[in-house]
Write a protein that binds this ligand. Structure first.
Ligand SMILES: *[C@@H]1O[C@H](CO)[C@@H](O)[C@H](O)[C@H]1NC(C)=O
Ligand SMILES: *[C@@H]1O[C@H](CO)[C@@H](O)[C@H](O)[C@H]1NC(C)=O
Ligand SMILES: *[C@@H]1O[C@H](CO)[C@@H](O)[C@H](O)[C@H]1NC(C)=O
Length: 327
């Protein structure tokens, strides 16, 4: 709720080496760290003003993911990962179970208080040194975009948490460690949170047998810097009540179609500025008064216009609305 109390979490999943039965080669230790409400611009590797030397070092020694997407809020990101069960079907297997099958011992540590703010990525950074030591393999996807109202920052990307704009969905993320062939680089291939599960299983030497999942393994693409197997994904498809829910957007190649209301916090919010959501609330109530809010379509070329300034819908929306209907 705008102005309401908001709970968020910083989760770190630690997967330590265990005895692997089937293959002689020693599998990598894996740390899967997820930070809630961490904005694109809240980490030192995207914003030089943020003090997070350890994160920066790990990111610089690894591969930074430049187009890694998550859901606009944290619960669906959790269930799509899937590293733990949040509103997920009971017959699904989760990351720890799959890794245990591969001989891993798994351990989860977490923290579910404290809204994560820019200063908190510095704090997370300090915790990180204590945890990581010399462990060789780290993933660090943010769980959703920064919550602009609480100083989370996604600038220059548009919007924030609870929107389908890039600021709410494009996560600060990197991989570090074992098996990466081109370190010190930024990988621009498209990836979605659902891909972490098959990616980690593959990196651990396993095979994803459940064909009924949306995720694709990105391991080969990222580790060799090859093309991403992912060319499209759904940002969100939610027909429940506006304005905090009820947002829908899809991505195909470089293009992104937003159907209906993208969410409150639809502006561009430079860092270190207090933000009053009143203007967004007013814009929203005006839209409700004067427009069929669910009927609006917006189209962006995210490659040429990552900050979503130029709405191409006037020219191209016919093609896209038919894709939307048939998809
Ligand atoms: C889980 O259950 C659903 C609904 O019964 C079914 O469609 C799906 O195939 C099952 N998935 C697995 C992995 O067993
Ligand atoms: C990373 O993404 C930004 C924003 O889309 C883009 O401007 C930049 O060129 C990308 N970097 C690389 C190395 O692809
Ligand atoms: C979405 O919700 C609106 C309003 O409740 C309803 O009129 C519409 O039929 C729903 N659309 C779909 C695809 O469920």
């Amino acid at each position: 709720m705008p102005g309401g109390k908001h709970q968020s979490c910083l989760w770190i999943i630690l997967l330590t080496f265990g005895v692997r039965q089937t293959v002689d080669a020693k599998p990598p230790n894996i740390i899967f760290m997820v930070a809630d409400d961490l904005g694109w611009n809240d980490v030192g590797f995207n914003n030089p003003d943020i003090i997070s030397p350890n994160l920066n070092k790990l990111a610089a020694e690894g591969v930074i993911l430049n187009q890694s997407y998550v859901q606009p809020v944290c619960t669906p990101t959790w269930s799509s990962c899937p590293s733990k069960a949040v509103c997920a079907p009971l017959n699904r297997t989760f990351l720890p179970q799959e890794l245990k099958k591969l001989g891993y011992a798994t351990h989860a540590v977490g923290k579910s208080d404290n809204r994560l703010q820019s200063g908190d990525s510095t704090q997370a950074d300090v915790h990180l040194t204590k945890i990581i030591g010399s462990l060789p393999f780290v993933f660090d996807p943010a769980q959703n975009g920064g919550w602009t109202q609480f100083y989370g920052n996604n600038f220059p990307l548009r919007g924030g948490k609870v929107t389908v704009w890039e600021g709410g969905t494009r996560a600060a993320a990197f991989l570090h460690g074992w098996g990466l062939q081109k370190t010190g680089s930024r990988y621009n291939g498209m990836m979605h949170a659902v891909d972490w599960f098959p990616t980690i299983i593959t990196a651990a030497g396993g095979e994803v047998k459940d064909k009924d999942i949306d995720g694709m393994s990105m391991w080969e693409a990222i580790s060799t810097f090859g093309p991403s197997p992912r060319t499209e994904f759904i940002y969100n498809l939610d027909n429940s009540s506006l304005p905090l829910q009820g947002h829908a957007a899809i991505r195909q190649g470089d293009f992104k179609l937003i159907k209906g209301f993208p969410g409150l916090y639809s502006g561009w919010y430079p860092p270190d500025q207090e933000y009053d959501p009143q203007s967004d609330l007013e814009a929203y109530s005006n839209m409700l008064k004067y427009q069929d809010i669910r009927g609006i379509a917006r189209l962006y070329n995210v490659k040429d216009d990552p900050t979503e300034h130029v709405d191409l819908a006037a020219n191209r929306c016919r093609t896209w609305s038919s894709a939307w209907r048939s998809g």
